[in-house]
Design a protein around this ligand. Structure first.
Ligand code: EAX
Length: 320
């Protein structure tokens, strides 16, 4: 009889708070020395210092983004950093941000995602058994391939291009006359090595961090689509955190956003030169207006799917 209240109190504590010494793992698909690594490290530093190491963060590379997301839903994974590549298959409201040539530049993309437009989409995750802490970023994507210099859409004809498992991107590459081949990031390098695909597209930070220059000769600065990313946590973890720890996670996510964006900006400044130095042939002047014209039928389809007004609200966003 006497120990009962103690037992109940201990049980309540164990449900409400992580036990002492709890370690949570953040997965992400890139090397430590990357814009995702920077985000994960900043997140870890804030969580560990603010909880005096009561919650420790372990960072683990795991390069199948879809599987990382599924692990959060099932509860076998704790946290993950992922591009929006496969996310629209889980949370369809995210797809509008995957439209090509939607954002003018980094300031525009970051501004929209930080505004009510982007924040509203984050509230859609819990209904899909996921919790999104913050928008981070992957960067503007550029085309690489092993066959030829690509300057305009005509050069894309018949090119087999690996895309992410993303309906919007696949639709775009079909409209451009390429043959989109969706696959997980984990399959990308083997597919390029074996010639299953001729090309792929990724932001400069990813091409540099993953040494894609070793398997691709030509780089065209198409900047055809901005690639947002997310820091997500499993509801299984989130729902057990105290309100104070949730606040720590939110602050840690802010630190992750800053570290991530700074690193993307830095990689954008130095990456192209670095890739030239590693031997890539880089085409900096690409006829992007021809790409946009070639996408006209796809833009019409997205207007019907996502609402022309919703798209225009994103396009016309301006910094205050
Ligand atoms: O999130 O799959 C991709 O091409 C992504 O850009 C990469 O995994 C980083």
């Amino acid at each position: 009889m006497r120990i009962a209240p103690v037992a109940i109190a201990l049980f309540a504590m164990s449900v409400a708070m992580p036990a002492a010494g709890q370690t949570l793992t953040v997965t992400h698909p890139l090397p430590v020395n990357s814009h995702y690594g920077a985000a994960a490290t900043a997140f870890k530093e804030v969580v560990e210092s603010r909880t005096q190491n009561r919650i420790r963060i372990n960072i683990q590379r795991s390069d199948n983004e879809r599987e990382n997301i599924e692990a959060l839903q099932i509860g076998t994974g704790d946290l993950t950093i992922t591009s929006t590549g496969p996310v629209g298959n889980f949370v369809p409201e995210v797809r509008v941000f995957d439209i090509p040539f939607l954002f003018r530049d980094y300031q525009h993309a970051r501004g929209v995602l930080d505004s009510a437009i982007g924040q509203e989409v984050l509230t859609r995750f819990p209904a899909r058994n996921l919790v999104a802490l913050a928008w981070i970023e992957n960067g503007f994507r550029n085309l690489t391939n092993s066959r030829r210099e690509v300057n305009n859409p005509n050069d894309m004809r018949g090119l087999k291009v690996r895309t992410m498992e993303n309906q919007v991107h696949m639709q775009a590459f079909r409209a451009l006359g390429a043959l989109p081949t969706p696959m997980a990031f984990s399959e990308l390098v083997p597919a390029l090595q074996q010639g299953t695909v001729d090309g792929q597209e990724n932001p400069i930070p990813v091409i540099v961090a993953n040494n894609l220059n070793q398997v691709q000769r030509f780089l065209s600065l198409t900047r055809h689509v901005y690639s947002p990313a997310l820091l997500m946590v499993s509801p299984n973890v989130w729902n057990r955190l105290s309100d104070a720890d949730k606040a720590v996670f939110r602050d840690a996510a802010k630190a992750a956003v800053t570290a991530n964006r700074n690193r993307v900006s830095q990689d954008e400044n130095t990456g192209v030169e670095e890739l030239r130095r590693r031997g890539m042939t880089v085409r900096t002047e690409v006829d992007t207006s021809a790409f946009q014209q070639a996408l006209a039928p796809a833009f019409e389809a997205w207007g019907r799917e996502f609402g022309a007004q919703a798209i225009e609200r994103i396009r016309s966003w301006r910094p205050n």
